[in-house]
Design a protein around this ligand. Structure first.
Ligand SMILES: C[S@@+](CC[C@H](N)C(=O)[O-])C[C@H]1O[C@@H](n2cnc3c(N)ncnc32)[C@H](O)[C@@H]1O
Length: 457
């Protein structure tokens, strides 16, 4: 607990306890209370700069999952009511329907300690907040397959990932990690393997996806989790829904006195005092952050003392709107060296990636792993979400860019068609409204309405 700091001002936090359980961490300076969630014997703090906003963001994602799950079930139920189903058709549909029902319970149960409910209620969010706490591309189940890769498939992928990281050590170089922080730890297997190697004196896992960190904390403590996998390209009828038992590998577990911690937080605003760690690991994180790498590297620098080590492994596929941020491998390594690090070793290696034994899709990825040593301190710049000027300075004109024009071409009509749905109007009637508005023929309007509704259905 002494590691945790206020994500806004980085001051130490005071615990507010009820009995022996710390329920909140309080920052006296910022007058903000951060909730602490109890999972087994772990206390996991919720250290986002806007804790209510982040809770609302993830709760909305949870509610989205519940709604999507309901839709999938309704579609399966509808298919089961069709006539002429073969035994095989029925078996597959019933299997999927059962799996979707169980999946909803499984995910809900995992999130229970956070108090999310499908009865959606926004807990005290500032509706003027621009950008939100969580990147719009990150969903609750975005990295769901990583859970199975980490803890269920046993197909050698985790070993290959571990070996790719190990390949960054020079011959004879010491392997001690000291106090280890894993940023974007996900479901946690690489962190687990490193913790098990007994080379860290303490291991901290940080992620902002609560589901993944919940899974990690259960698995680390030896609690198995049953979860349904829905492979992207099912191989056989039984592969459409596979009940997976996620288990940590058998470990010799002599009484482990080293500390282990989990933190819900944003990696770009890591809630720790300067130089809190000896090693920071960023596995498959750098290219999915919504900020420029030039702003993120100083944040990693801040977390390490001079001589501390930054380890990275994963893809480098930057997809920012800002093209300057879409660095090549060479530019990435150059930028890291400009920001107070020396690269000890960088290595590319092809590894298997998300090769579910139940799916016809099998990926391999060329990953860049490196180890870099901090040489000098770097000033930290606050990282803010990218918000265009016209959204902040309301008197500025909104530029007519081609993405806006393209979106308008699709979305205006879509918005009008969707707004016309009142549970009473038919395609015919909506078509007439649209035809009048756009001076379309009856046929063209009906065609457009049907296209739009089928696309969103
Ligand atoms: C590609 S996954 C990799 C997960 C894990 N490291 C692995 O190798 O399987 C990226 C992870 O980073 C997390 N993540 C993305 N942006 C984050 C942020 N700003 N703060 C904290 N975690 C973040 C995601 O929730 C996800 O767990």
């Amino acid at each position: 607990m002494e590691l945790w700091a206020c994500p806004v001002c980085l001051a130490p936090l005071d615990g507010l306890a009820s009995g022996s359980i710390t329920e909140y961490l309080n920052c006296a300076g910022c007058a903000v209370r951060y909730p602490v969630c109890t999972v087994g014997d772990q206390s996991i703090p919720w250290l986002f700069t806007d804790p209510g906003g982040a809770a609302a963001d993830w709760q909305m994602r949870y509610q989205g999952f519940v709604l999507q799950n309901q839709t999938q079930r309704q579609r399966l139920q509808a298919a089961l009511c069709e006539t002429g189903l073969t035994v095989l058709n029925r078996e597959r549909l019933e299997r999927q329907l059962h799996a979707r029902e169980v999946q909803s319970q499984q995910i809900t149960e995992l999130l229970l300690p956070l108090g999310f409910s499908s009865e959606f209620e926004v807990p005290g969010v500032d509706l003027n907040r621009l950008g939100g706490s969580v990147d719009k591309n990150q969903g609750l189940l975005s990295y769901h397959n990583n859970v199975f890769r980490d803890w269920a498939w046993n197909n050698g992928e985790n070993e290959a990932q571990y070996a790719a990281l190990e390949a960054t050590y020079l011959p004879g170089e010491p392997r001690e990690l000291g106090r280890l922080l894993v940023l974007g730890a996900g479901a946690g297997r690489l962190a687990f393997d490193l913790h098990q190697s007994h080379r860290s004196t303490a291991t901290t896992l940080l992620d902002y996806n609560p589901l993944l960190l919940m899974v990690a904390s259960h698995l680390f403590s030896g609690t198995d989790i049953d979860l349904y996998e829905f492979p992207v390209a099912p191989l056989t009828s039984r592969s459409h829904a596979v009940l997976q038992r996620c288990q940590r590998p058998t470990v010799e577990q002599p009484e482990d006195t080293r500390s282990l911690g989990f933190v819900f937080a944003d990696a770009t605003k890591a809630p720790f005092a300067a130089a809190s760690f000896d090693t920071v690991l960023t596995p498959w994180l750098l290219d999915i952050l919504p900020c420029g790498l030039a702003d993120f590297v100083p944040q990693i620098n801040r977390l390490l003392p001079v001589g501390g080590i930054w380890q990275n492994t994963g893809s480098l596929v930057f997809a920012h709107a800002n093209q300057r941020w879409c660095y090549s491998e060479e530019e990435t390594l150059e930028l890291i060296e400009q920001q107070g690090f020396e690269i000890i070793r960088a290595e590319r290696r092809i590894i298997p990636y998300l090769q579910s034994p139940h799916s016809a899709h099998r990926r391999t990825e060329s990953v860049l792993s490196f180890r870099a040593r901090k040489t000098v301190e770097q000033p930290v710049r606050p990282i803010t979400a990218y918000i265009p000027d016209w959204a902040l300075q309301l008197e500025l004109p909104v530029p007519s860019t081609s993405p806006i024009a393209m979106a308008a071409a699709h979305h205006l009509l879509i918005a009008q068609v969707l707004a016309a749905i009142d549970g009473q109007r038919s395609v015919d009637e909506i078509g007439q409204l649209i035809a009048r508005k756009y001076e379309l023929s009856k046929e063209s309007a009906e065609f457009a309405v049907r296209q739009i509704l089928l696309a969103v259905e």
